[in-house]
Write a protein that binds this ligand. Structure first.
Ligand SMILES: C[S@@+](CC[C@H](N)C(=O)[O-])C[C@H]1O[C@@H](n2cnc3c(N)ncnc32)[C@H](O)[C@@H]1O
Length: 214
């Protein structure tokens, strides 16, 4: 696994340069190791939005499993231009996940992200206290995801970030995601965060993760 603390990972020009030659790179882990957590959450006719898709095979594997209504978003125009020519069976949209300006409100059943929020925050010095910019970027992303989801829509985040850092931001106003945390992986543990729009967070279940930052 590459080190996501590299500060260039939040910069579009870094990804544009990298995607000129990169064909496939899977960050963290691939669908095989978390399909038991993800597949029960999605239905075949769901409209799926994969944000910060990069050159991951995740959308391709989902497509192969019968999920055919997939929109891939990345802020690298280099990637989106290349992928839309090579894989016209799916939609490819160049957009910034902090605003998702090109995605209509309440149009998506499931938003999926894997390691893209971590890339966006890779400049942060400490996970315990995000900088003002880091916090704004994170909250804008959660707000944009909330806006594009249909009522009852789901947001699934595959991440290596510990729940102590992630949950306090997820339960914040105005989106106030309810959130279920699941762990997977053998030698290295990853997290699958499952959020549902319109459901109030269960602060009693999440208390362990909130206590540390109070
Ligand atoms: C670490 S890679 C993860 C790629 C893929 N999700 C995976 O798991 O293999 C981060 C991806 O997020 C994209 N990205 C970073 N910041 C973004 C932003 N603000 N808006 C949209 N995409 C962004 C990058 O272009 C890159 O493709």
């Amino acid at each position: 696994m590459k080190d996501l603390s590299e500060h260039l990972y939040s910069e579009r020009h870094y990804w544009d340069a990298r995607f000129k030659t990169e064909e496939i790179y899977e960050w963290l882990t691939d669908l095989n190791s978390f399909e038991h957590l993800l597949l029960p959450e999605i239905e075949l006719n769901d409209k799926i939005l994969h944000i910060g898709c990069g050159t991951s095979r995740l959308s391709h594997q989902l497509f192969g499993n019968g999920f055919h209504d997939i929109i891939n978003v990345d802020f690298s125009n280099t990637l989106i231009a290349k992928a839309s020519k090579e894989h016209p069976e799916m939609k490819w949209v160049c957009d910034d996940m902090r605003s998702l300006d090109n995605i209509p409100s309440q149009s998506i059943d499931v938003v999926i992200e894997k390691a893209s929020i971590e890339a966006m925050l890779s400049n942060e010095k400490s996970q315990w206290t995000l900088s003002e910019k880091g916090e704004n970027d994170l909250c804008s992303t959660y707000q944009a995801i909330h806006r594009v989801l249909k009522p009852n829509g789901r947001f699934i985040s595959i991440s290596f970030t510990q729940p102590y850092f992630k949950v306090p931001y997820l339960v914040k106003e105005p989106y106030r995601w309810d959130c279920k945390v699941e762990t997977f992986g053998e030698s290295f543990h990853y997290f699958c965060y499952k959020m549902r729009k319109g459901r109030t967070p269960n602060l009693i279940d999440l208390d362990n993760y909130l206590r540390v930052t109070r």
